[in-house]
Ligand binder design. Structure first.
Ligand code: GLN
Length: 479
């Protein structure tokens, strides 16, 4: 049994033909993850007991001839910013080293209700702040494709387990690119759905107006299946959308003839020559598939990083105020000090450097006298960026772009230069600010063998055409 080659479909077939049981598959997946994980540090912990109990439930349902669900028996890894009942959830932070959530995130609940097996929790940048997974309090993750390189971030562990084959599917969170960028660095599919498509209930908040839960998979169809399972209205998240969720996989017919695709000229600048040539090849492929590809403009792109680092840090400074040593996680020992001393010591010791940098910046832009100049201004520019997309989608059905200006960089290469690190998200942040669905699909590799991802962006709730385009591209590449 080679778990690395498994897909949702092959598992369904294997279970139906009784080639293996869900318990056998889960046992092997856990064993493989245990032996392979030291190479990458992608899992923070495995959830063997919970996984095997769920597998037994799936087997029992199948034995009774009942449908065990769209993800029956499929091993799924969960980023450690998504809460799991009875399973420590650290957010990659010392602050939550021992935090035991009393409930499951809606996404996790729905995965299990569909027969999915939660295999373990994956490493990530602390509170999802970062682009390389080097901001984790539990050590960096290595990219399984090239072990001296970063897997991207912040969902680096979730991308790595799928690339390494220690899970078949995983979920991560994307606030400014944290699913798409690591997917592109590790050569897997990663999706950031429309804002509101997937409930954020149980996703530990970083920047609430930008946070999304999204799937990772080794192919487009599996990613589409996982999204469908998680998507849809949830009473426990007021921002979750009631829009109907189509059967995405049923719509993957390979036909993209006549579709209009736009390539924003602003996204073809400042990109390494190898990334650029991969994207150009992709464009040619779409032309060959009968698409009409044209250049478009998203003129406000240049403001995206600035706007994001005002809005995201402002929201983070507010969301992270709850970690004060009283209610969640760690409390620093302070002998004879005041309550304020205890807050100071807890936050000083519990948070890492990047998180502190953002809390300070966010507090600053929200403070009296600066609010109008920074936060309010940023909200206005955010609306301009969203409008760019609205205009573009009057001309085209989807937008093609690079995910990142460069492929996976070396561990340690950018840690001392936050501005360089922030720049790696220039092409993903725009879509997050607009709240539109975006995804990364493997596009090619550089001479060194490093994966390059193609980004596909569509208008709100247009995940179905986005998947269709990605699927047609994947099929054409394989051919
Ligand atoms: N890299 C970006 C940041 O550090 C995006 C992170 C994310 O999407 N969670 O904020």
């Amino acid at each position: 049994m080679d778990i690395r080659t498994f897909t949702v479909d092959s598992i369904r077939t294997g279970l139906r033909k009784r080639e293996f049981s869900a318990v056998e598959l889960t046992t092997e997946a856990l064993r493989f993850a245990e032996t392979e994980n030291p190479k990458t540090n992608a899992y923070l912990r495995l959830s063997s007991e919970r996984a095997l109990a769920q597998a037994a439930r799936v087997d029992a349902l199948s034995a009774r001839g009942e449908d065990a669900g769209a993800l029956a028996g499929v091993p799924v890894a969960v980023k450690d910013v998504i809460v799991t009942k009875g399973l420590v959830t650290t957010c990659g932070s010392k602050m939550l080293e021992t935090y035991m959530p009393p409930y499951d995130a809606t996404a996790v609940e729905r995965i299990e209700a569909a027969g999915g097996i939660i295999l373990g929790k994956t490493n990530c940048d602390e509170f999802a702040m970062g682009s390389s997974n080097e901001n984790s309090a539990y050590g960096p993750v290595r990219n399984p494709v090239a072990l001296d390189r970063v897997p991207g971030g912040s969902s680096g562990g979730s991308a790595a387990v799928v690339a390494q084959g220690t899970a078949v599917l995983s979920i991560g969170s994307d606030t400014g690119g944290s699913v798409r960028q690591p997917a592109s660095f590790c050569g897997v599919v990663g999706v950031c759905p429309t804002y509101g498509r997937v409930s954020r209930y149980g996703l530990v908040a970083f920047a609430s107006s930008l946070d999304h839960i999204g799937p990772f998979a080794r192919n487009v169809s599996d990613a589409a299946t996982l999204l469908r399972v998680m998507a849809g209205r949830d009473e426990r998240d007021a921002t979750s959308a009631a829009a109907p969720v189509p059967d995405y996989t049923a719509l993957l017919d390979g036909n993209v003839r006549g579709m209009k695709l736009g390539v924003p000229r602003e996204y073809m600048q400042g990109v390494t020559s190898e990334t650029l040539s991969q994207i150009e090849k992709a464009v040619e492929r779409f032309r060959a598939l009968g698409c009409e590809v044209r250049e478009i403009s998203l003129p406000s792109t240049g403001y995206a990083i600035d706007v994001y680092y005002v809005i995201a840090t402002a929201e983070a400074s507010s969301n992270l105020a709850r970690y004060d040593g009283v209610r969640y996680g760690m409390r620093a020992e302070v002998k004879g000090g005041s309550l304020i001393d205890m807050y100071r010591a807890t936050r000083g010791q519990g948070f890492g450097a990047e998180v502190k940098r953002r809390i300070m910046l966010g507090t600053y832009v929200l403070s009296h006298g600066y609010y109008d100049a920074y936060y309010l201004k940023a909200q206005k520019v955010r609306a301009m960026i969203a409008q760019d997309f609205t205009r573009a989608f009057e001309q085209v059905d989807a937008i093609l772009a690079p995910v990142s200006p460069f492929p996976a960089f070396k561990l340690g290469e950018k840690v001392d230069d936050p501005m360089q690190m922030y720049l790696s998200d220039i092409f993903t942040i725009t879509g997050s600010l607009a709240g539109i669905p975006c995804m990364s699909v493997p596009c090619g590799v550089t001479r060194e063998g490093l994966p390059v991802g193609l980004q596909i962006m569509c208008k709100h709730f247009d995940e179905a055409p986005m998947f269709r385009i990605a699927h047609a591209f994947e099929a054409a590449r394989a051919f």
